[in-house]
Ligand binder design. Sequence first.
Ligand code: NAP
Length: 477
Amino acid sequence: MLYINGEWREASSGKTFDVTNPATGEVVGTVANGGTTDTQAAIDAAKAAFGTWSRLTAKERYAYLKKTADILRGRTEKIAQQITREMGKPVAEARGEIGLAIDYLDWYAEEGKRIYGDTIPSASPNKRILVLRQPVGVVGAITPWNFPIAMITRKLAPALAAGCTILLKAASSTPLSAIEVFKALHEAEVPKGVANLVNGAASEVVGAMMASPIVRKITFTGSTEVGKELVRQSADTMKKVSMELGGHAPFLVFDDADLEKAAEGAIASKFRNAGQTCVCTNRIYVQKSVAERFASILAEKMKKLVVGNGLEAGVTIGPMIDADALEKAQEHIDDAVEKGASILCGGSRLTEGAFANGYFFAPTVLIGATHDMKISYEETFGPVAPIFTFNTEEEVIQRANDTVYGLASYLFTKDGSRMFRVAEQLEYGIVGINDALPTVAQAPFGGVKESGVGREGGKYGIEDYLDYKFLSLQLEL
Ligand code: NAP
């Protein structure tokens, strides 16, 4: 169903599409396939609602967001199962994602109360200068499938807290999770038109958003390729843009690191969500003197990973999202092996028995990786960890930065000075220092270079939904 102007609707064309479980191939839902007409209706609804919503007090908007968060909290288990059926991640990871999704709602419900303006000293004795912060207007949001609920609230919560209204298109692989968020908004009695959901073909839904002069801001999370295209399209109506795009995270292990913790961190960062997160490690760099030891610790710990249907107890790695994703992982492995890498574990798709109908891939570690291999410069987005070796700090910083991406990076060391020295030179928006899972609602998440523009999370994340208005007052004193 589409959610437009406070109502659940079928697509105006009557079209629908199926959602399948990547672990089993079963159809788990059929949803309305929205198009241009539906998107236009959502834009009109968001425009009509903007006047009233933007003039509510922050405290009033807080109450709606808080109520939405509470409703989702109460449904964690049901929605976690839904996420797993729809996109495959283990249900424990899905619960964690819902916790993060709720954190964004809770955090921005409060942050909306702290949208402060400024007063600026004037150069004339009879003038006063004030700066107001005001919502940008109607927001178009586009989200990916890999975090089908947290990527939604990370946009929706700051947008609504700032006083904007929104229309959202979720990824076509995961529309059911998006529907759960909008059910919660509906039950929280968020006024009609404030938040609208139009799932459907990207060309039509996103096309209509981009063409509309009413949509003043586009917030997108997805691939760099699509992000670049949306930035180009936004020029015609000069929309504000926020882009959370792809990554190619380096994971640096120095010889003084706690190798047990570094190996655990590498696994958490690389294999969470079957390697399908934008902050997943894509290159592991280990200082030569400890490389062999690190690889054997890693191989030992890899044995604890259990691939399977994420709904089953004990499974730590679910299926990949689709056949293309499997193909890319295999392509990166084959290319690396051809260029001299060796497979320490894994290496191919799993097809036997319970794996027969799903998109399962064996968690893979490659050793002897080099910089001519595709895996060293293309985002793999799969459970493949290549290990490179290095000699010096300078060398590894240069290699880590040698990419068009700049989202997340990680370094493991016990040397406090090195932590700062290296972190300050890494050209990335996020640096996890002895920390493989840095994402939290109160911190600025986002990248530099071709990983995007803008930040989501924390006091920074609401900025993108606000404009400045300069008031100049001439007084008679
Ligand atoms: P994607 O193919 O770019 O799709 C993302 C969204 O854009 C989906 O809603 C998709 O709709 C839509 N879309 C696809 N093609 C489009 C087009 N030509 N014009 C307009 N919209 C279009 O990315 P994905 O495969 O879902 O997600 C994986 C990518 O997202 C990776 O590169 C990952 O690194 C990145 N990511 C980044 C962050 C971050 O915060 N930086 C977080 C998560 C993921 P359909 O589903 O209908 O095609």
